[in-house]
Design a protein around this ligand. Structure first.
Ligand code: ZN
Length: 66
C-alpha cells in the first residue's frame, strides 16, 4: 500500500480562466495577490498585461532626472 498523496498533490489551479492548469505542491509558480499562475503568459493574461517589444518612447513627463 502506497499513499497517493505526495509531491504531486494538486494544491491549486492557475488563476487564468483560460488555463486553469493544475498547480502541484512544490511547483514554481507566479503569485499575484492571492492568485497563482502557472507561467508568465498566464500571469500576463490574468492581470491584463501584454508582452511587447520595448522601443524608444518619450520620457515620462514627471521623470525627476529630466
Ligand atoms: Zn496557466
Amino acid at each position: 500500500m502506497s499513499k497517493v498523496t505526495g509531491p504531486l498533490e494538486v494544491i491549486d489551479y492557475c488563476a487564468n480562466p483560460k488555463c486553469q492548469a493544475e498547480i502541484m505542491f512544490g511547483q514554481r509558480v507566479l503569485k499575484h495577490g492571492k492568485d497563482l499562475y502557472c507561467g508568465n503568459n498566464c500571469l500576463c493574461e490574468g492581470i491584463g498585461a501584454v508582452v511587447i517589444k520595448a522601443e524608444d518612447s518619450p520620457k515620462h513627463e514627471n521623470d525627476p532626472t529630466d
